[in-house]
Design a protein around this ligand. Structure first.
Ligand code: SF4
Length: 328
């Protein structure tokens, strides 16, 4: 649960957090969906892959990853020599939880010649059984890089899988029926209602959203101008927000994203398509837990070496293909 801090307490809290981070030589990373207080105290705010790259490049001894567990794991996989912490190791992800290593082994056994493409929202164990990871920015490029006659197992997100199938025209992709409950709840009907009530507004849609298909259909049918509809990762939304001159932008993703969009462009109004679309796992990282993490050095993230080595290969292949841009 989020806490509301009054100005004095907030200032004290921020100063204490910054002081402890400096004493530990720790860098604080915050995902775009984190609570505003956490975003504001962090050294860097961004998407999962961008933050993992910062974790790998930083001179800091410790990385405090304010996000969900698979993101902190990815940072650990890319920088095994650093100590990586998450303020609450129970901050999971409903999308990553839709497939585990045993389920993937079984799926692979049914399609022994298939190439496995996994979105970054997966556990380290699933990444270790993956041929190449992808982000929402380069998922189509990753699929295009695979020989036409090769079957593909795409996981875990069915909406991203459907988007990739549509843009590549590829038929031999099997898509795992996983979904993020937060993005799935941004429904086509909420999208249609919001777009109709805000004529002329631009629309940013994350490809994990349940409404992605409706957004594309509305753009293709002329119901909303195609030029005004953008299917974007969180990093892509931020880049687009910096450039837009629109009066209003409707945003179909987790609502924590609005904080960065509003900071990036204070003259445009950014409105959520579903104001209830808050990720409960992201919100488990509270100001108190971040403070405790810095005071007590908990929860440290570990990934077993063999798993990390195999997972790193899949993540590095992803980085080498197209423009990996960002993850969630
Ligand atoms: S918004 Fe969805 S995909 Fe993202 S961390 Fe939360 S549950 Fe996972």
């Amino acid at each position: 649960m989020a806490i509301k801090l009054d100005t004095t307490v907030e200032t004290d809290w921020m100063e204490t957090v910054r002081e402890l981070a400096s004493q530990r030589n720790a860098v604080i990373l915050a995902h775009n969906y984190q609570l505003p207080e956490i975003q504001d105290v962090a050294d860097y705010v961004g998407d999962s892959l961008g933050l993992s790259r910062i974790a790998a490049e930083t001179d800091a001894d410790e990385v405090i990853f304010c996000g969900v567990h698979f993101m902190a794991e990815t940072a650990k996989i890319l920088s095994p020599e650093k100590r990586v912490y998450i303020p609450d190791a129970n901050a999971g992800c409903s999308l990553a939880d839709t497939i585990n290593a045993d389920q993937l082994r079984e799926w692979k056994a049914q399609h022994p010649d298939a190439v496995v493409v996994s979105y970054v929202n997966t556990t380290a164990e699933v990444k270790a059984l993956t041929d190449v990871c992808c982000t929402s920015s380069n998922a189509a490029d990753v699929v295009r890089s695979i020989a036409e006659d090769k079957e593909i197992l795409f996981l875990p997100d069915q909406f991203l899988g459907a988007h990739v199938r549509r843009v590549t025209g590829r038929k031999n992709i099997h898509v795992w029926a996983g979904e993020c409950h937060v993005h799935a709840d941004i429904s086509p009907s909420a999208l249609v209602d919001t777009v109709r009530a805000n004529e002329g507004a631009e629309l940013y849609v994350h490809p994990e959203c349940g409404c992605t298909t409706s957004a594309l259909w509305m753009a293709e049918s002329g119901e909303i101008p195609g030029d005004n509809t953008h299917i974007l990762s969180t990093g892509g939304m931020l880049e687009e927000a910096k450039k837009t001159t629109s009066e209003r932008v409707l945003v179909a993703t987790e609502i924590g994203m609005l904080h960065q969009l509003r900071k990036a462009n204070p003259t445009t109004e950014f409105m959520p398509v579903n104001p209830q679309a808050a990720c409960p796992f992201m919100q488990m990282i509270t100001p108190e837990k971040l403070l405790k993490c810095l005071q007590e050095g908990k929860d440290e993230v570990f990934v077993e070496k063999q798993t990390a080595d195999a997972a790193r290969t899949a993540v590095e292949r992803m980085i080498a293909i197209g423009n990996p841009g960002s993850g969630e």
